[in-house]
Design a protein around this ligand. Structure first.
Ligand code: HEM
Length: 195
């Protein structure tokens, strides 16, 4: 039977990752305006949230193989399908690259053992030792490069992918009126079925 909406697990993961992403971005931005202990406190929460997003994204990609996504509406033009597929693909890729760049960045920091990636008081996330063990100046240079990459990838997601994704969803709902959104918002599907 062809699926008409995403699996419940995929829907839960989508909204959980979206919520965590907003929270993690807000903390990242906040840290830019702070200094000293306040900055460290904010980043100590930002880091495990980012790692959680990375793990949930891996789970989401794995689940896609078990429960394939519902097919895209046949009324969509080829360019719309291509754009939607590219945005989804880039989302998955960058939601792994962004946290990985953060993990690599802090692994190349001289302060990583003083301020480890503490997973909500449960355990410390491992350090990428090949980066930590680089000689002092090289490690510092890597840290700077990874910080630049982290900031750039975050901008691509925040100012590129998220607006495109939301605009696409709004276009379906209000211009095409094709109810594509119901695949990810079960509440809309119920309303539709009752109509
Ligand atoms: C999807 C997950 C993540 C998102 C959305 C995210 C987002 C951001 C954003 C928006 C900033 C501010 C950058 C700027 O304005 O230039 C930032 C900074 C930062 N992020 Fe992340 N991040 C994520 C994951 C991680 C992870 C996993 C770590 C480390 C384990 C990390 C460590 C940091 C650090 C240390 C900074 C501050 C850099 C500095 O200015 O010193 N991030 N992040």
């Amino acid at each position: 039977m062809t699926r008409t909406r995403y699996s419940t697990a995929a829907i839960l993961l989508h909204w959980l990752i979206a919520g965590l992403l907003v929270w993690t971005v807000l903390l990242g931005w906040q840290s830019e305006d702070l200094k000293g202990a306040a900055k460290i406190a904010v980043l100590q929460l930002h880091k495990p949230l980012g790692i959680t997003i990375m793990l949930l994204t891996l789970l989401r990609i794995g689940l896609r193989f078990v429960y394939p996504a519902p097919p895209m509406g046949e009324h969509l033009k080829p360019w719309e399908m291509k754009l939607a597929k590219s945005v989804y693909g880039l989302f998955y890729l960058l939601l792994l690259v962004l946290p990985f760049s953060g993990w690599a960045m802090v692994s190349a920091s001289a302060l990583i053992h003083q301020y480890p990636i503490n997973m909500f008081g449960l355990f410390n996330w491992p350090v990428l030792t090949p980066l930590y063990e680089l000689p002092g100046e090289l490690r510092h240079a890597r840290h700077e490069q990874l910080e630049t990459i982290h900031g750039l990838v975050a901008k691509v997601i925040i100012y590129g992918l998220i607006p495109l994704h939301i605009l696409g969803a709004l276009k379906h709902q209000f211009l095409d009126k094709d109810n594509e959104l119901a695949k990810m918002i079960p509440f809309l599907a119920k309303k539709d079925a009752a109509a």
